[in-house]
Structures are given as C-alpha cells and as structure tokens.
Design a protein around this ligand. Structure first.
Ligand code: MN
Length: 584
C-alpha cells in the first residue's frame, strides 16, 4: 500500500476559482485572470473540453462559436470588450467543470436569441432540438412584453426547462458567475440588484445541485457588492491571522498524517481555506475574535472506500478529543444534495477547536462539483450508485402547481423552497448552532448537550429573558440558563422540534414514570409486610431478603419488582407471602 503523499508546507485548498481539468487535483490551479476576461478565444475551451473528453470532436463547438460570434458581432460588453467574450467565458467555466459538448455549444449560443436577431427557430434548424431546449431555457422573457412579471416568468420557464434537462441550470449558473465576476462595470444599483437576486435564487440553486466550488465564488462576489466594508475588513483580518493560524495548525496536520499512516491509510491532509462569506456568517463584525478554526478546515482526503473514512475518523479522535455532538455523518445520512463527508470538531493543542472534514477523493469531487461531476460521470458511463441522490422533490413540487400560481406566488414559493433549511443561532462564545425551522431555545439547549437541555430553566436571547418554548430566530445569540435541580417535563416535549431533544426528554419522562411506580410499589409492599408480619421492609432489604425474593421471581433489580407492584403487574398478597416465608 502506498504511503501518504507528502504534505507540502503551506499547501492550501479552497481558495481557488473554478479549477482546471479533472486530471489535476482540484486545488492545483494557476491564476485565472487570462481566461476570465475571455480574450483568449476558443483555444482554452477546446483544451479544457478535451481534458475531460479526449475523444470529443471539436467541430460542433467551433460551429456554435462561429454562429454566436457572427450573431453578436458589433455588440460589446459594458467593459468595452467584444460581446462574444462573455459567452466564451461562460463556456470555459462549463468546460472546466467537465460538461459535455452539447452544453458547451448551448453556452456559446446562450445569449444569441435574447440579444440578437438570431431566432430560436433558426437555432433549432442549425443545431437541433437538444441545443435549442438548453438555450431557450436560459433565455430571458422580453421585459417590454411581460413587464413586472418578466423576472418571475423567466424563472418559471427556466425551472420548467430544467425539469426536462438539468443542464439548463448549469448554464444559468455559469452565466451568472461570469456576470458577477464582471459586475464592476455595471452601475451600483444594478450591481446590488443582481447580487441580491443571486443570493436569493441562484446561489441556493448551486447549493441544491451540490456545486459548492461555484457557490463559494458567487458567495464572495455577492458579499463584496452588498457589504463592501465588511468584505474588505474580513479579507484584511484573515490575511492578518493567516500566518499565526498556519503555525498553529501545521503541527496538527503533521500529527494527523502520521496517525493515518499508522492505520495504513493512503491519502492527504491539507488545510482547506474557508471563504470570506462563510467566515463572515460565523464571526460577523467580531473579527477580533478570529480563531484558527475560522480560517481553515483540516481536510483529510482518502484514497479509498467509504469505510476508510470511518477508520480515519477513529485516528483523528484518537489523537484529538472530539467535541460532543459535533460529529456529522454525511456518508450514512447524506444531505439533500450530492454532498458526502464526515465532519467532526476536535480540540487541538492549547484548547483550540478545529473542524475536520474527511472524504474520499470521489466524495471530494462530488462535494465540490455536484451535478456537474455527476453529469460528467454519466457521460463517461461511470455509474457510482449515487444517481438520483440529488433531491429534486422541490423542483417537482414547484412544477406541480406552477400552472395555477401567479407570477408573484411562483417567485415567492421558489424563494421559500430555496431558503436554507433552518436557522443558525449563536452561543455567547460565537459558536453557530444550526437548527431546523421552528426550533426553540429548548432545542438550542439540547443541541449544546443533554446535560444543558435537561437542566434548562430559561433562555436569554440577544440579552433578553425569553421562555424556553419561544422559537429561535436566525442569527440570535442564545444563552441557556440552567439549574441543577431542574428536570425535563412533559411540557418540554411540546416545546421542541429536534429529534435529539425529543428523544432525550422522552427518555427522561419514561425513567421518571418508572421511578414513580417503583416508589409507589415499595410503599405498598412496606405497608403490606408491616401489616402481615409486623416487620420493617427496610430491615428485610438490608438483610437481602427482599432482594433474593426478587431474584427468585426473575427480577434483576429490586426497583423493577417494586415498579411491577406499583403498576399492578405483580400480585401483592403473593409477594408478601413469599417475603415472610423467606424471612421465617
Ligand atoms: Mn449571458
């Protein structure tokens, strides 16, 4: 078995833009400035396409390029560049994601019908139904005809087309990514509108499709437009903390690597840089509180099978204490998209917490590229058993009633369906606790641990006292007040929505009921033996008499016997007779 590949000092991933071909590791990318402006012509597109599809013919792509170039000739972007640079850049993004020839053709042509005299009929005649469907799916409806409803109806059209062919969404996402990259040439009010719409609709689409690489870049571009000061401050703070964070984390990387070698696992351990928006969501403006874990994740990439990830997890936990409740198994219980990995939080040297992500190489590619990787695999006849993993139930639900919905309702429902699934609340230490919608302070308490949930008596939300059953709002800072004597109650059961909290409270209530029955049963036995033989039950217990009777009757525990008496499942008179006989 091969050993672990050497880990380069300072090797980092996660800060890349869309990477190159599949033959290179995802983080092994050079600067992208040359192609993002799209001036390099069709060459980079064809090279990227051939890297993923060695047998692909270049003719169809060239033909689409020529048609698009002819249609857009004379038009220019706000940047002053020829218009064709935009479809070229969009196509390059898709080529580097490993998309197939038809998608690249449609991407080259994606703005022709919307912005030039070229009609969808001509396009269909020239390139066929498949390409026409893709282009039509991303073509905006004419604002002069549709008015205010244009935006909603355009989305409705796109969702409908996507139901027939998901590649429509990939083209739309690549189109939006390039528009965001070049947003600086637009007037400020338009920048903000596009960024906001991207956050509301396009980025959630990217997440739903498991395309995290693309999502991260879009996140940060929108962040810089909508919160320029916070964006700049976060960037500066991260740069200032980077060396210190690395110095702290690199010994951990080395230790982890050694631990994996001991388990005869092959793979790599790298620092994965978190993107600005993710850091901002975690720490907000409190940049003075930045911890190494805010800057980097430890990424363990395994050359192996799913089960090797669990072995790796074992070695991680063997050298660093896990933080209870922070292990997330997205291998056994995957998310709504293609994402699979193990997540854990551990305490590294000096009491610093550290988030560790463990994935196989295959999981990593799926996690970064989602649907695009899936389509690539299908095109290459590689089936991995995870097909259909993408939950398109939301898409189906939308389609089911989209016929009746007004434009406004449709957009609202689309927004609702794309909203992240739940709320993120903070501890007073700034730790994020993710909760499902409708979760309460009591759910929050149980998310911190059963001890805290069981003894919770109240909650301070954003510094104000609130009842435990009050729902927690997104972004709330929650402090749980506890008392040693407090116990879960039946009321608590009605006040929680999370499975962990429910389970823990039920367990407690069951134990309480059993305890109550045992206490009552013991009282009944004590009175009965006192009446029948004038003896003290405590005396009988201390001499082991009632214990041995319980044993004869098949109870392992005296309390179980008393509980059975309390519940009336054991005959009291018979029991008293047995005890007095044993005592005689
Ligand atoms: Mn476009």
């Amino acid at each position: 078995m091969r050993g672990l590949a050497p880990v380069l000092r300072g090797e980092t991933m996660g800060d890349e833009r869309l990477p190159g071909s599949y033959d290179r590791p995802l983080w092994d990318v050079g600067p992208t400035a040359g192609w993002s402006s799209g001036t390099a012509g069709l060459g980079p597109v064809l090279r990227a396409h051939r890297a993923g599809y060695p047998k692909a013919r270049t003719g169809p792509v060239r033909r689409a390029y020529e048609a698009a170039e002819r249609a857009h000739r004379g038009q220019s972007r706000k940047s002053g560049e020829p218009y064709i640079t935009h479809p070229l850049a969009v196509t390059l993004i898709l080529a580097e994601l490993g998309m197939d020839t038809a998608t690249l053709q449609a991407a080259l042509l994606h703005d022709t019908v919307e912005d030039t005299d070229y009609t969808i009929g001509e396009l269909r005649a020239d390139f066929g139904d498949e390409i026409a469907l893709l282009v039509d799916g991303v073509t905006k409806l004419d604002g002069s005809k549709w008015g205010e409803r244009a935006e909603a109806e355009t989305f409705r059209k796109m969702v409908l087309a996507a139901a027939a062919d998901l590649r429509v969404l990939l083209i739309k996402l690549a189109d939006r990514l390039h528009n965001l990259r070049t947003l600086g040439f637009q007037p400020p009010h338009k920048q903000r509108r596009i960024a906001r719409q991207s956050q509301e609709l396009l980025i959630p689409f990217a997440e739903r499709l498991g395309m995290y690489e693309l999502k991260r870049e879009m996140d940060d571009l929108c962040f810089s437009v909508l919160r320029p000061e916070a964006h700049a401050a976060t960037e500066v703070a991260l740069a200032a903390h980077e060396a210190e964070a690395r110095a702290l984390l690199e010994p951990v990387v080395v230790r982890l690597r050694e631990a994996l070698v001991e388990q005869r696992l092959s793979g790599e351990v790298v620092l994965h840089r978190r993107h600005l928006w993710a850091v901002h969501l975690d720490v907000g403006d409190r940049l003075d509180t930045l911890q190494p874990a805010d800057l980097f994740r430890l990424m363990v990439l395994i050359d192996g099978e799913d089960r090797d990830c669990y072995i790796a997890l074992g070695s991680v936990h063997a050298i660093m204490k896990p933080v209870p409740g922070r292990l997330k198994d997205f291998i056994s219980l995957p998310r709504f998209n293609l994402y699979r990995a193990l997540h854990t939080r551990v305490i590294a040297e000096g009491g610093k917490v550290m988030d560790v992500i463990i994935r196989t190489r295959h999981m990593h590619r799926m996690a970064e590229r989602g649907l695009a990787a899936h389509i690539h695999d299908v095109a290459h006849g590689r089936r991995d058993g995870f097909e259909g993993r993408i939950d398109l139930e939301w898409l189906r639900r939308l389609l089911a009633w989209q016929n009746d919905a007004t434009s406004a309702d449709f957009l609202e429902s689309l927004r609702g369906d794309l909203r992240p699934e739940g709320v993120a609340a903070f501890t007073t230490d700034g730790e994020v606790i993710l909760l499902p919608p409708g979760a309460t302070s009591l759910d929050f308490a149980y998310a911190l641990g059963p001890q805290i949930g069981d003894h919770a008596i109240g909650s301070m939300v954003n510094g104000r006292l609130v009842p435990l059953h009050a729902p927690v709002d997104n972004g709330a800072v929650v402090q749980i007040l506890t008392a040693e004597t407090a116990r879960p109650s039946a009321d608590g059961l009605a006040a929680v929505v999370t499975p962990t909290a429910r389970l823990q409270i039920r367990r407690h209530l069951a134990a309480q009921r059993a305890g109550d029955a045992a206490a009552q049963g013991r009282r009944m036995v004590a009175e009965a033996v006192a009446a029948a033989a004038g003896v003290d039950l405590l005396d009988l217990e201390s001499r082991g008499i009632s214990g041995s009777v319980a044993e004869h009757m098949g109870f392992t525990d005296l309390d179980d016997l008393y509980a059975a008496v309390g519940k009336g499942t054991v005959d009291l008179a018979g029991l008293v007779a047995a005890i007095t006989a044993e005592n005689a």
